[in-house]
Design a protein around this ligand. Structure first.
Ligand SMILES: *Cc1c(COP(=O)(O)O)cnc(C)c1O
Length: 351
Protein backbone atom coordinates (compact mmCIF):
# COMPACT_ATOMS: atom_id res chain seq x y z
CA UNK A 1 0.00 0.00 0.00
CA UNK A 2 1.24 3.45 -0.80
CA UNK A 3 1.75 5.90 2.04
CA UNK A 4 1.91 9.00 -0.11
CA UNK A 5 1.87 12.18 1.92
CA UNK A 6 2.15 15.31 -0.17
CA UNK A 7 3.66 17.26 2.74
CA UNK A 8 6.62 14.90 2.70
CA UNK A 9 7.45 15.54 -0.95
CA UNK A 10 6.93 19.29 -1.27
CA UNK A 11 9.93 21.41 -0.26
CA UNK A 12 9.61 23.22 3.07
CA UNK A 13 10.22 26.65 1.56
CA UNK A 14 7.45 26.05 -0.99
CA UNK A 15 5.03 24.95 1.72
CA UNK A 16 5.85 28.03 3.79
CA UNK A 17 5.85 30.69 1.07
CA UNK A 18 2.98 32.98 0.21
CA UNK A 19 2.35 33.08 -3.55
CA UNK A 20 2.27 36.33 -5.51
CA UNK A 21 -1.22 37.68 -5.55
CA UNK A 22 -1.85 39.25 -8.92
CA UNK A 23 -4.39 41.99 -9.63
CA UNK A 24 -6.32 39.50 -11.75
CA UNK A 25 -6.48 36.94 -9.00
CA UNK A 26 -7.72 39.48 -6.43
CA UNK A 27 -10.41 40.82 -8.73
CA UNK A 28 -11.74 38.33 -11.25
CA UNK A 29 -13.73 39.24 -14.33
CA UNK A 30 -14.21 42.62 -15.93
CA UNK A 31 -15.97 45.80 -14.97
CA UNK A 32 -16.20 49.19 -16.66
CA UNK A 33 -13.29 50.88 -14.92
CA UNK A 34 -10.20 48.67 -14.50
CA UNK A 35 -7.50 50.61 -12.67
CA UNK A 36 -6.00 47.78 -10.64
CA UNK A 37 -3.23 46.29 -12.80
CA UNK A 38 -1.29 49.23 -14.26
CA UNK A 39 -2.28 48.16 -17.76
CA UNK A 40 -2.55 50.66 -20.59
CA UNK A 41 -6.23 51.54 -20.49
CA UNK A 42 -5.96 53.75 -23.58
CA UNK A 43 -5.13 51.09 -26.10
CA UNK A 44 -2.95 48.34 -27.47
CA UNK A 45 -0.40 48.54 -30.28
CA UNK A 46 -2.20 45.57 -31.78
CA UNK A 47 -5.74 45.91 -33.02
CA UNK A 48 -6.90 43.18 -30.66
CA UNK A 49 -7.22 44.34 -27.04
CA UNK A 50 -4.08 42.67 -25.74
CA UNK A 51 -3.60 45.50 -23.26
CA UNK A 52 -5.29 43.44 -20.55
CA UNK A 53 -3.58 40.71 -18.53
CA UNK A 54 -4.78 37.14 -19.15
CA UNK A 55 -6.71 34.95 -16.74
CA UNK A 56 -3.95 33.56 -14.48
CA UNK A 57 -5.78 30.24 -14.05
CA UNK A 58 -7.09 29.86 -17.64
CA UNK A 59 -10.55 28.92 -16.42
CA UNK A 60 -12.37 28.96 -19.77
CA UNK A 61 -9.65 26.87 -21.42
CA UNK A 62 -9.60 24.39 -18.54
CA UNK A 63 -13.36 24.00 -18.77
CA UNK A 64 -13.01 22.97 -22.43
CA UNK A 65 -10.09 20.66 -21.77
CA UNK A 66 -12.01 19.18 -18.86
CA UNK A 67 -14.92 18.34 -21.17
CA UNK A 68 -12.64 16.69 -23.71
CA UNK A 69 -10.64 14.74 -21.14
CA UNK A 70 -13.56 14.05 -18.80
CA UNK A 71 -11.76 15.56 -15.85
CA UNK A 72 -12.50 18.28 -13.31
CA UNK A 73 -10.72 21.60 -14.08
CA UNK A 74 -9.33 21.51 -10.52
CA UNK A 75 -7.19 18.56 -11.65
CA UNK A 76 -5.69 20.43 -14.62
CA UNK A 77 -2.55 22.55 -14.83
CA UNK A 78 -1.72 24.36 -18.07
CA UNK A 79 1.86 25.28 -18.87
CA UNK A 80 3.95 26.93 -21.56
CA UNK A 81 4.60 23.53 -23.16
CA UNK A 82 5.23 20.40 -21.08
CA UNK A 83 8.60 21.93 -20.28
CA UNK A 84 6.93 24.16 -17.71
CA UNK A 85 5.28 21.47 -15.54
CA UNK A 86 8.45 19.35 -15.79
CA UNK A 87 10.49 22.22 -14.37
CA UNK A 88 7.87 23.20 -11.79
CA UNK A 89 7.52 19.62 -10.50
CA UNK A 90 11.27 19.48 -9.88
CA UNK A 91 11.32 22.92 -8.26
CA UNK A 92 8.32 22.08 -6.05
CA UNK A 93 9.78 18.85 -4.70
CA UNK A 94 13.59 18.83 -4.86
CA UNK A 95 15.95 20.89 -2.74
CA UNK A 96 18.96 21.65 -4.97
CA UNK A 97 22.00 19.59 -4.01
CA UNK A 98 19.93 17.37 -1.73
CA UNK A 99 17.08 15.49 -3.41
CA UNK A 100 17.14 13.39 -6.57
CA UNK A 101 14.97 12.18 -9.42
CA UNK A 102 14.96 8.86 -11.29
CA UNK A 103 14.79 8.70 -15.08
CA UNK A 104 14.83 5.65 -17.34
CA UNK A 105 16.99 6.18 -20.46
CA UNK A 106 16.70 6.09 -23.37
CA UNK A 107 14.02 8.72 -22.81
CA UNK A 108 13.02 12.33 -23.34
CA UNK A 109 15.91 14.71 -22.67
CA UNK A 110 14.10 17.49 -20.84
CA UNK A 111 13.80 15.65 -17.50
CA UNK A 112 17.58 15.57 -17.21
CA UNK A 113 18.02 19.16 -18.44
CA UNK A 114 15.41 20.51 -16.02
CA UNK A 115 17.04 18.63 -13.12
CA UNK A 116 20.48 19.94 -14.10
CA UNK A 117 19.23 23.53 -14.26
CA UNK A 118 17.88 23.10 -10.74
CA UNK A 119 21.03 21.37 -9.44
CA UNK A 120 19.06 18.22 -8.67
CA UNK A 121 20.82 14.85 -8.88
CA UNK A 122 19.68 12.33 -11.48
CA UNK A 123 19.65 8.59 -10.95
CA UNK A 124 19.44 6.64 -14.18
CA UNK A 125 17.93 3.18 -14.46
CA UNK A 126 18.17 1.99 -18.05
CA UNK A 127 15.19 0.40 -19.73
CA UNK A 128 15.55 -3.30 -20.51
CA UNK A 129 16.60 -4.55 -23.96
CA UNK A 130 12.87 -4.64 -24.80
CA UNK A 131 12.60 -0.96 -23.79
CA UNK A 132 10.49 -1.83 -20.78
CA UNK A 133 10.87 -0.69 -17.18
CA UNK A 134 13.35 -2.56 -15.00
CA UNK A 135 11.01 -2.24 -12.03
CA UNK A 136 13.19 -4.12 -9.56
CA UNK A 137 16.17 -1.94 -10.39
CA UNK A 138 14.03 1.20 -10.11
CA UNK A 139 12.68 0.17 -6.71
CA UNK A 140 16.21 -0.66 -5.56
CA UNK A 141 17.45 2.75 -6.69
CA UNK A 142 14.89 4.77 -4.73
CA UNK A 143 16.46 6.30 -1.63
CA UNK A 144 15.41 8.79 1.03
CA UNK A 145 16.17 11.70 -1.26
CA UNK A 146 14.18 10.47 -4.25
CA UNK A 147 11.26 12.77 -4.86
CA UNK A 148 10.22 12.13 -8.48
CA UNK A 149 10.30 9.27 -10.98
CA UNK A 150 9.81 10.23 -14.62
CA UNK A 151 8.22 7.61 -16.89
CA UNK A 152 7.36 8.18 -20.53
CA UNK A 153 4.71 6.11 -22.33
CA UNK A 154 4.71 5.85 -25.30
CA UNK A 155 8.39 6.49 -24.76
CA UNK A 156 10.47 8.91 -26.78
CA UNK A 157 12.66 7.90 -28.67
CA UNK A 158 11.74 4.20 -28.59
CA UNK A 159 8.05 4.62 -29.48
CA UNK A 160 6.68 1.82 -27.32
CA UNK A 161 4.12 1.84 -24.53
CA UNK A 162 5.34 0.81 -21.07
CA UNK A 163 3.60 -2.16 -19.48
CA UNK A 164 0.68 -1.04 -17.35
CA UNK A 165 1.48 -3.45 -14.53
CA UNK A 166 5.03 -2.04 -14.25
CA UNK A 167 3.79 1.54 -14.03
CA UNK A 168 1.27 0.48 -11.40
CA UNK A 169 3.83 -1.38 -9.35
CA UNK A 170 5.97 1.77 -9.20
CA UNK A 171 2.95 3.93 -8.36
CA UNK A 172 2.11 1.57 -5.52
CA UNK A 173 5.60 1.25 -4.07
CA UNK A 174 7.05 4.74 -4.39
CA UNK A 175 6.10 7.28 -1.70
CA UNK A 176 7.12 10.19 -3.97
CA UNK A 177 5.53 11.48 -7.17
CA UNK A 178 5.43 9.43 -10.38
CA UNK A 179 5.33 11.65 -13.47
CA UNK A 180 3.90 9.77 -16.42
CA UNK A 181 4.57 11.62 -19.68
CA UNK A 182 1.88 10.75 -22.22
CA UNK A 183 2.88 13.20 -24.96
CA UNK A 184 2.19 10.51 -27.60
CA UNK A 185 -0.78 8.74 -26.03
CA UNK A 186 -3.16 9.91 -28.79
CA UNK A 187 -1.30 7.68 -31.26
CA UNK A 188 -1.38 4.58 -29.04
CA UNK A 189 -3.82 1.67 -28.71
CA UNK A 190 -3.35 1.73 -24.96
CA UNK A 191 -5.51 4.12 -22.99
CA UNK A 192 -4.33 7.02 -20.89
CA UNK A 193 -3.77 6.70 -17.15
CA UNK A 194 -6.02 9.74 -16.67
CA UNK A 195 -8.86 7.60 -15.34
CA UNK A 196 -6.48 6.16 -12.72
CA UNK A 197 -5.71 9.53 -11.11
CA UNK A 198 -8.45 8.88 -8.60
CA UNK A 199 -6.62 5.74 -7.38
CA UNK A 200 -3.12 7.22 -7.22
CA UNK A 201 -2.69 10.53 -5.38
CA UNK A 202 1.03 10.42 -6.29
CA UNK A 203 0.43 10.30 -10.05
CA UNK A 204 1.00 13.25 -12.36
CA UNK A 205 0.16 12.81 -16.04
CA UNK A 206 1.71 15.08 -18.64
CA UNK A 207 0.09 15.58 -22.00
CA UNK A 208 0.66 18.18 -24.69
CA UNK A 209 -1.10 19.87 -27.57
CA UNK A 210 2.19 19.85 -29.51
CA UNK A 211 1.81 16.46 -31.19
CA UNK A 212 -1.60 15.06 -32.25
CA UNK A 213 -3.30 18.46 -31.94
CA UNK A 214 -0.79 20.18 -34.21
CA UNK A 215 -0.20 23.12 -31.86
CA UNK A 216 3.53 22.89 -31.12
CA UNK A 217 3.93 26.58 -31.96
CA UNK A 218 1.38 27.67 -29.36
CA UNK A 219 3.29 26.06 -26.45
CA UNK A 220 0.56 24.37 -24.51
CA UNK A 221 1.29 21.49 -22.17
CA UNK A 222 -0.97 20.05 -19.51
CA UNK A 223 -0.47 18.24 -16.23
CA UNK A 224 -3.29 16.24 -14.67
CA UNK A 225 -3.11 15.32 -11.00
CA UNK A 226 -4.80 15.48 -7.61
CA UNK A 227 -6.06 18.89 -6.61
CA UNK A 228 -3.36 19.01 -3.92
CA UNK A 229 -0.53 18.66 -6.46
CA UNK A 230 -2.17 21.04 -8.97
CA UNK A 231 -2.49 23.65 -6.22
CA UNK A 232 1.24 23.52 -5.58
CA UNK A 233 2.01 24.02 -9.28
CA UNK A 234 -0.40 26.97 -9.39
CA UNK A 235 1.24 28.42 -6.29
CA UNK A 236 4.73 28.55 -7.82
CA UNK A 237 4.08 29.21 -11.52
CA UNK A 238 4.61 32.65 -13.04
CA UNK A 239 1.30 34.47 -12.45
CA UNK A 240 0.39 35.01 -16.11
CA UNK A 241 2.13 31.99 -17.66
CA UNK A 242 -0.26 31.56 -20.60
CA UNK A 243 -0.90 34.63 -22.75
CA UNK A 244 -4.27 35.87 -23.96
CA UNK A 245 -3.45 34.92 -27.55
CA UNK A 246 -2.58 31.34 -26.63
CA UNK A 247 -5.64 30.93 -24.42
CA UNK A 248 -7.98 32.23 -27.13
CA UNK A 249 -6.36 30.23 -29.92
CA UNK A 250 -6.43 27.09 -27.83
CA UNK A 251 -10.11 27.52 -26.99
CA UNK A 252 -11.00 27.71 -30.67
CA UNK A 253 -8.59 24.88 -31.55
CA UNK A 254 -10.36 22.60 -29.09
CA UNK A 255 -13.58 22.80 -31.10
CA UNK A 256 -11.75 20.99 -33.90
CA UNK A 257 -11.42 17.53 -32.38
CA UNK A 258 -12.75 15.91 -35.56
CA UNK A 259 -9.65 16.89 -37.54
CA UNK A 260 -7.41 15.53 -34.81
CA UNK A 261 -9.06 12.12 -34.99
CA UNK A 262 -8.66 11.93 -38.76
CA UNK A 263 -4.98 12.99 -38.55
CA UNK A 264 -4.35 10.35 -35.93
CA UNK A 265 -5.92 7.71 -38.19
CA UNK A 266 -3.82 8.88 -41.14
CA UNK A 267 -0.60 8.96 -39.13
CA UNK A 268 -1.24 5.47 -37.76
CA UNK A 269 -1.91 4.16 -41.25
CA UNK A 270 1.25 5.84 -42.60
CA UNK A 271 3.17 4.44 -39.63
CA UNK A 272 2.23 0.92 -40.74
CA UNK A 273 3.09 1.64 -44.37
CA UNK A 274 6.44 3.19 -43.48
CA UNK A 275 7.30 0.33 -41.13
CA UNK A 276 6.70 -2.15 -43.95
CA UNK A 277 8.59 -0.08 -46.53
CA UNK A 278 11.58 0.67 -44.32
CA UNK A 279 11.99 -3.01 -43.49
CA UNK A 280 12.61 -3.71 -47.20
CA UNK A 281 15.95 -1.92 -47.25
CA UNK A 282 19.05 -4.04 -46.77
CA UNK A 283 20.70 -1.41 -44.56
CA UNK A 284 17.70 -1.29 -42.23
CA UNK A 285 18.31 -3.75 -39.41
CA UNK A 286 15.23 -3.07 -37.37
CA UNK A 287 12.16 -0.88 -37.31
CA UNK A 288 10.88 -0.92 -33.76
CA UNK A 289 7.12 -1.27 -33.22
CA UNK A 290 5.69 2.17 -32.51
CA UNK A 291 2.70 3.51 -30.62
CA UNK A 292 3.75 7.08 -31.41
CA UNK A 293 4.09 9.30 -34.49
CA UNK A 294 7.67 8.27 -35.21
CA UNK A 295 9.68 5.16 -35.95
CA UNK A 296 12.91 4.26 -34.22
CA UNK A 297 14.94 2.64 -36.97
CA UNK A 298 18.19 0.78 -36.54
CA UNK A 299 20.45 0.98 -39.58
CA UNK A 300 23.92 -0.20 -40.60
CA UNK A 301 25.57 3.19 -40.09
CA UNK A 302 23.33 5.90 -38.64
CA UNK A 303 25.83 8.77 -38.94
CA UNK A 304 26.44 8.11 -42.63
CA UNK A 305 22.75 7.74 -43.41
CA UNK A 306 21.86 10.82 -41.38
CA UNK A 307 24.37 12.92 -43.33
CA UNK A 308 23.26 11.47 -46.64
CA UNK A 309 19.63 12.41 -45.87
CA UNK A 310 20.72 15.97 -45.08
CA UNK A 311 22.20 16.20 -48.59
CA UNK A 312 18.71 15.22 -49.81
CA UNK A 313 17.17 18.03 -47.71
CA UNK A 314 15.62 15.55 -45.31
CA UNK A 315 16.29 15.88 -41.61
CA UNK A 316 15.63 13.06 -39.18
CA UNK A 317 16.82 12.69 -35.58
CA UNK A 318 20.08 10.86 -35.04
CA UNK A 319 19.78 8.99 -31.74
CA UNK A 320 22.83 6.77 -32.16
CA UNK A 321 24.66 8.29 -29.19
CA UNK A 322 21.80 7.51 -26.82
CA UNK A 323 22.13 4.37 -24.64
CA UNK A 324 20.44 1.26 -26.15
CA UNK A 325 19.90 3.17 -29.42
CA UNK A 326 23.16 2.44 -31.22
CA UNK A 327 22.86 3.26 -34.94
CA UNK A 328 19.27 4.37 -34.53
CA UNK A 329 17.51 7.18 -36.33
CA UNK A 330 14.17 8.51 -35.11
CA UNK A 331 11.97 9.25 -38.07
CA UNK A 332 8.79 11.29 -37.66
CA UNK A 333 5.79 10.21 -39.74
CA UNK A 334 5.19 13.11 -42.14
CA UNK A 335 2.63 13.71 -44.84
CA UNK A 336 2.17 10.96 -47.39
CA UNK A 337 4.22 13.01 -49.81
CA UNK A 338 7.06 13.63 -47.33
CA UNK A 339 7.15 9.94 -46.50
CA UNK A 340 7.41 9.15 -50.22
CA UNK A 341 10.30 11.60 -50.59
CA UNK A 342 12.09 9.87 -47.75
CA UNK A 343 11.57 6.45 -49.34
CA UNK A 344 12.79 7.74 -52.73
CA UNK A 345 15.93 9.12 -51.11
CA UNK A 346 16.54 5.80 -49.35
CA UNK A 347 16.15 3.92 -52.64
CA UNK A 348 18.85 6.12 -54.18
CA UNK A 349 21.06 5.53 -51.12
CA UNK A 350 20.65 1.81 -51.54
CA UNK A 351 21.74 1.66 -55.17
C1 LIG B 1 7.33 16.35 -27.64
C2 LIG B 1 7.35 15.86 -26.23
C3 LIG B 1 6.77 16.61 -25.22
C4 LIG B 1 6.07 17.88 -25.52
O1 LIG B 1 6.75 18.99 -25.17
P1 LIG B 1 6.04 20.40 -25.29
O2 LIG B 1 6.94 21.23 -24.43
O3 LIG B 1 4.66 20.27 -24.71
O4 LIG B 1 6.02 20.78 -26.72
C5 LIG B 1 6.75 16.11 -23.93
N1 LIG B 1 7.27 14.91 -23.66
C6 LIG B 1 7.82 14.15 -24.61
C7 LIG B 1 8.32 12.81 -24.28
C8 LIG B 1 7.89 14.61 -25.93
O5 LIG B 1 8.47 13.86 -26.85
Amino acid sequence: MNTFDINKVIRQNIQRMKPYSSARSEFEGTTSVMLDANENSIGSTLSVPYNRYPDPLQKELKKRIGQIKQIDPANIFIGNGSDEPIDLLIRATCDPGKHNIIICPPTYGMYEVAANINDVAIKQVLLTEEYQLDTNAILATIDEGTRLIFLCSPNNPTGNVLKEKDIISILESFPGIVVLDEAYIDFAEASSFINKLIDYPNLVILQTFSKAWGLAGLRLGTAYASEAIISVLNKIKAPYNIGVLTQQSAISALTNEVDVHSWIALIRQQRETMTRELRQFSFVEKVYPSDANFLLTKVADADVLYNYLLTQNIVVRNRSNVPLCENCLRITIGTEQENELLLDALKKYNS
